[in-house]
Write a protein that binds this ligand. Structure first.
Ligand code: ADP
Length: 373
């Protein structure tokens, strides 16, 4: 028999549920280690947590206070940043690790700051506003700086002995080549030693460029560049390396190329990195370098018929220290720094990099250099 009696459950107390929800949320944001501050559309603080009080170094209630009266931000060059303007401009989520918070006594801390626009939904109209997430990253920043400083000093100090070793091994190789008395094994050992020292030199260069780029110490000197000349030099310099692997290296020049205003040093370095990789990761076929006059600049494509890069790896090739797990990649020496450094350099000259690739067919690395100034 079915029991039809419908004894009504006690009606939940609406107010109590809302209060409980509110308490849960407030416990949640208060237990966060990062500071959370929500501001309304008039830049007044609507919600904040305990960590916000400690990072702003205040011990009174913040509700209703204008954010700019409490947060004095400065950039890398010690210039003040208008926090209200920054919030106003944040129509989509924004984050930065390059700002510092300045206290009234002029002490500063490094900040991770993220600003996201939100529909706050408090009050009757469900006002809009922004939520700020703030973290003190002073310690991380100083460790990063120390590490970069260390890499920069070490790489600088290692350059001279490596260059001397490379020169001497090169001489020994040359003499061994000429002599019929030197056994083949010794010649092979010299070749292997030379290859490794050259690799070491390249690695040290990458590390030095990287640490300088990360410390913001790289500046691009803008000058008119004859791209035709740059590409012809690259063709001449890399032809022996390509021929040694049985590869064709061809440069196709656009006759309409004009002088490009950019940094010759960085344009050359970016192209050299792509060409070195194209030769390194190609076993048959060849490498074609195409140049096109495009918009207000030059588009250069480095096309190879090499091992190619899987779709998943294409997302990662520009990451620091990334090297594909493909056994063919692992057959050659590499640090996984080349493309990471390339992106840093490209950034300095506003260049745009793209990669298209198909596994076992080949890759196309393209770079668009705009005219600067
Ligand atoms: P490295 O060559 O020292 O490993 P890079 O940063 O120059 O470091 O390149 C990262 C990775 O991207 C390489 O290890 C390789 O897996 C992949 N890669 C780069 N260029 C090519 C290319 N032209 N063809 C195939 N794979 C490439």
């Amino acid at each position: 028999m079915v029991n039809m009696s419908t004894k009504k459950a006690p009606k939940p107390d609406h107010e109590a549920i809302i209060a409980l929800e509110r308490e849960r949320l407030s416990t949640l944001i208060n237990s966060m280690a990062d500071a959370v501050i929500a501001v309304d559309e008039h830049q007044k603080i609507a919600i904040y947590n305990g960590a916000a009080l400690s990072i702003l170094d205040v011990n009174k209630a913040l509700t209703g206070k204008r954010i700019h009266t409490l947060m004095h931000l400065i950039n890398k060059n010690n210039q003040p940043i208008d926090i209200e303007e920054l919030i106003e401009r944040s129509k989509t989520p924004f984050s930065s690790r390059d700002m510092r918070l300045e206290y009234p006594n002029n002490d500063t801390i490094n900040l991770y700051l993220s600003i996201a626009p939100v529909h706050l939904g408090y009050g009757t109209g469900g006002q809009r506003g922004h939520v700020l997430l703030i973290r003190d990253i002073t310690r991380e920043k100083s460790l990063e700086e120390e590490r970069n400083e260390f890499i920069s000093v070490v790489s600088h100090e290692l350059r001279t002995p490596i260059a001397i070793a490379e020169g001497n091994i090169g001489n020994a190789q040359f003499m061994a080549e000429k002599s019929s008395e030197i056994p083949l094994d010794v010649k092979k050992s010299l070749d292997a030693a030379h290859e490794q020292v050259v690799f070491l030199g390249g690695m040290i260069n990458d590390l030095a460029t990287l640490s300088r780029a990360e410390r913001g110490k790289l500046v691009a000197e803008i000058e008119p560049i004859n791209v035709t000349e740059v590409l012809s030099t690259i063709e001449k310099d890399y032809q022996p390396q390509a021929t040694k692997k049985g590869l064709n290296l061809t440069v196709k020049l656009d006759p309409h190329l004009e002088l490009l205003k950019s940094s010759k040093l960085y344009v050359e370095e970016i192209l050299q990195n792509f060409v070195t990789n194209a030769i390194k990761y190609t076993d048959t076929g060849g490498i074609t370098i195409m140049s096109h006059h495009k918009k207000d600049g030059v588009l250069i494509e480095i096309i190879d018929t090499g091992i190619g890069i899987s779709k998943a790896d294409q997302q990662k090739v520009f990451d620091k220290f990334f090297r594909s797990e493909d056994f063919r990649t692992r057959q050659s020496n590499g640090t996984g720094l080349g493309l990471y450094v390339t992106v840093k350099l490209a950034h300095l000259v506003n260049a745009e990099i793209d990669v298209k690739s198909e596994l076992n067919k080949g890759s196309v690395f393209s770079v668009y250099f705009p005219n600067l100034q």
